[in-house]
Design a protein around this ligand. Structure first.
Ligand code: KG4
Ligand code: ZN
Length: 352
């Protein structure tokens, strides 16, 4: 994010002085195909969380169409924000407005960021730009308000697969990431190949429920390497297997594929926690909604005497409550984001 002088003067925020009363952040999320708004008090208490999914608009294309996503955000965002405010019981404005500035689709991001800046001007409250990846990590803090770093976080979404050591709020060390496809991308591509539809993750999970996870031993790429991931070879292995065995059960293939992804994710997350000496392992991102991953991580952590923090499924997939939570922490740490900040489609997690 660039830092430059604000175009509009916003009073510095007396966040510390307001500790005794709820500080309400309106979060706005439009980085991909969910139009979302939420109100979160003091970074941890979700007063409302409204998500309008565009899945139906994109399903027939088998993936998100950026221009359709932007136009849908324009139509949906105002009613979604209004609903979030009404559900939270707020009549005036919130105390700050946070919006995802990246990574994501440029047009989609611009819709949410522009609306959030406009509201911050109208209400005379700070605007805060939020990194979507950091927001996924902060979903864990909504689950467990007393959570304290250091911890290891596994962020697995449609666009990213990240293993991160969180040393403190805003202080991250990236331990590993994918060298090719993201975990969610692999779910989506394999689901499309198997004819299971879009989005692929939930479709694979449903199909896998009736299958045998040991039916096919798909490769666990880079399992012995340290913390990076690779899922592209696994996708190819699934395609090759199905072409060779056209009568193979789709349920068995889905279950065996899911088992391979989960095996690698859990093995590396546990290895990371042990190596950095973290006692907490947090999950985040859409793939973290996967029941098999959640169970496997929880069991592996229990075996090792570690604690797994699993945000509710609704807080794993894209939502604005996680944006409001991350925004609250950023505001405390850095103050408001200048209003001339742009959007950053390839924004990375700030490390160091
Ligand atoms: O975090 P998210 O909602 O959006 C991004 O930031 O990308 O993640 C979306 C991804 C998609 O690839 C979707 O297929 C995957 O999360 N996903 C799942 C499940 N639910 C969503 N993957 C596996 N199992 C699920 N239940
Ligand atoms: Zn996401």
């Amino acid at each position: 994010m660039t830092v430059s002088p604000p175009l509009v003067d916003v009073e510095p925020l007396p966040v510390e002085d307001k500790r005794h009363e709820p500080f309400l952040v309106l979060g706005v999320e439009t980085s991909c195909d969910e139009t979302a708004a939420a109100v979160v008090a003091n970074g941890v208490a979700v007063l409302s969380s409204v998500v309008s999914s565009q899945v139906d608009l994109h399903a027939r294309f088998g993936g998100v169409v950026p221009e359709i996503a932007s136009r849908a955000h324009v139509e949906l965002l105002t009613p979604v924000m209004a609903e979030a405010m009404v559900e939270a019981g707020i009549e005036g404005g919130a105390d700050a407005v946070a919006a995802t500035v990246g990574p994501g689709l440029v047009g989609a991001l611009l819709v949410g960021v522009s609306a959030a800046k406009a509201l911050s001007i109208v209400w005379g409250v700070p605007f805060v730009g939020v990194n979507h990846l950091e927001a996924h990590l902060y979903a864990a803090f909504l689950e467990e308000p007393d959570l304290k770093p250091p911890l290891v976080a596994l962020i697995v979404s449609g666009g990213h697969t990240l293993l991160v050591e969180m040393r403190d709020h805003g202080r991250y060390v990236q331990l590993g990431s994918t060298v090719d496809d993201a975990a969610g991308e692999a779910f989506d591509k394999v689901a499309r190949f198997l004819g299971l539809g879009y989005p692929g993750g939930p479709a694979i999970e449903v199909a896998a429920a009736d299958g045998d996870p040991e039916a096919v031993r798909f490769p666990r790429a880079m399992l012995d390497d340290r913390f990076d991931f690779s899922f592209s070879g696994l996708k190819t292995a699934v395609i090759n297997h199905v072409r060779k065995h056209p009568d193979a059960s789709t349920a068995d293939i889905a279950a065996s594929f899911q088992a391979a992804v989960v095996d690698v994710l859990v093995t590396k997350a546990l290895r990371a926690a042990v190596e950095v000496g973290a006692e907490l392992v947090c999950l985040g991102g859409g793939v973290a909604a996967n029941g098999h991953l959640r169970t496997a991580l929880a069991e592996a952590c229990e075996d090792r005497g570690l604690r797994a923090v699993l945000p509710s499924r609704a807080m794993c997939t894209d939502n604005a409550a996680m944006v409001a939570a991350a925004g609250w922490w950023r505001l405390r740490a850095e103050g408001p984001t200048p209003l001339d900040v742009g959007v950053y489609p390839t924004l990375r997690l700030p490390v160091g």
